[in-house]
Design a protein around this ligand. Structure first.
Ligand code: NAP
Length: 315
């Protein structure tokens, strides 16, 4: 029988496509490494009799997601050895009371940084709350002063999630220089700041960034040419294999609770990427959970240490 070595059966083509050497962007492991480094700093400071960083978190209402995030932040403080204070209000708390609390946290010398967990109930103006936080204590990096400093590449607090993504890429040696990066979602807390951070003349950075959103036309056409895709839209399994080129780096920011009867709690966390079909095509991919989430918390911890150091240096 004549054999045609150049004719590869379809089944083998598929397995060839799967041979991309995929590496997991393990945010849990990378964040654990950062937390260990921070713990060393805390231990040294304790030995030297210096102040320990102190993070406060304000939580309004009983939203399950928000409670989980805030608890994870408090737990991270415990692991590292930071001090933490959790301040809780009922869903019905007035904007005035919340603003008064923010004012007292701004003035409280024992607290280095604090966050107000978003989203807030509809009767409270989130922008007003964000702007009321002293920029020097704004460890979430949402204050206009910090966002402005980020745009100008000046010192300040970087928003925790995009900073966590950049750190995840850096610590896993993902090359960004000269790469085309498509970000899906243009929120003020993820997509927009990340587009600036990855486009900067810095390492990681120097990407050619395309920021896409719900009005973007031919999204699949755009994403399928990208070297790096970041999905931050909050639509479970939105990014499918046909939207991703072979060898791409995919970062999944999405965290949506979906019903899951197989879990005792009745829900599972789903990312914006259809992981099982996209992962085999990727050079790197971050999972959900265990990808960007833990890195966001690690960034918040780094910002808290930074806030305390800035305060010390400005004495
Ligand atoms: P968001 O404020 O919920 O906004 C969603 C963005 O996605 C908007 O820019 C929207 O476009 C865009 N979008 C919606 N449908 C789209 C579509 N079909 N095609 C293209 N773009 C579309 O965004 P977010 O606050 O960044 O949250 C996004 C997700 O990330 C959520 O699941 C959230 O829970 C998660 N998140 C995770 C972390 C973490 O630490 N892991 C942190 C923050 C957020 P328009 O602007 O045109 O409306």
């Amino acid at each position: 029988m004549i054999s045609y070595p150049y004719l590869i059966p379809i089944s083998e083509c598929v397995s060839l496509e799967k041979k991309v050497n995929m590496q997991l962007l393990d945010g849990k492991a990378t964040a654990a490494e950062i937390k260990l480094e921070l713990r060393q700093v805390v231990l040294k400071r304790k030995e030297e009799g210096k102040k320990i960083p102190h993070l406060a978190a304000v939580l309004v209402g009983n939203d399950g997601g928000s409670m989980t995030y805030v608890n994870a932040k408090v737990k991270a403080c415990d692991e590292i050895g930071f001090e933490s204070t959790l301040i809780r209000y009922d869903e019905t708390v007035s904007e005035e009371i919340l603003l008064r609390k923010i004012d007292s946290l701004n003035k409280d010398k024992s607290i280095d940084g604090f966050i107000v967990q978003l989203p807030l109930p509809k009767h409270i103006d989130e922008l007003k709350v964000t702007q009321a936080i002293d920029a020097r204590k704004d460890v979430d990096g949402f204050h206009p002063i910090n966002l402005g400093n980020m745009v100008l590449n000046l010192p300040g607090f970087l928003p925790a999630t995009p900073a966590g993504i950049v750190e995840l890429l850096k610590r896993n040696n993902v090359e960004t220089e000269g790469k085309s990066c498509v970000i899906i979602g243009r929120s003020n807390i993820v997509g927009t700041p990340l587009s600036i951070m990855l486009g900067r003349n810095k390492s990681p950075g120097n990407c050619t960034v395309t920021l896409t959103h719900s009005r973007t036309k031919n999204l699949s056409e755009i994403t399928s040419k990208a070297d790096i895709i970041v999905a931050a839209i909050g639509k479970p399994e939105f990014v499918t294999a046909d939207m991703v080129k072979n060898g791409a780096v995919v970062v999944d920011v999405g965290t949506t609770r979906v019903e899951d009867a197989s879990k005792a709690r009745g829900w599972a966390l789903k990312g914006d990427v259809k992981f099982d079909e996209v992962a085999p095509k990727c050079s790197y991919i971050s999972p959900v959970p265990g990808g960007v989430g833990p890195m966001t918390i690690a960034s918040l911890m780094m910002n808290t240490l930074h806030a305390m150091e800035l305060k010390e240096n400005n004495k």
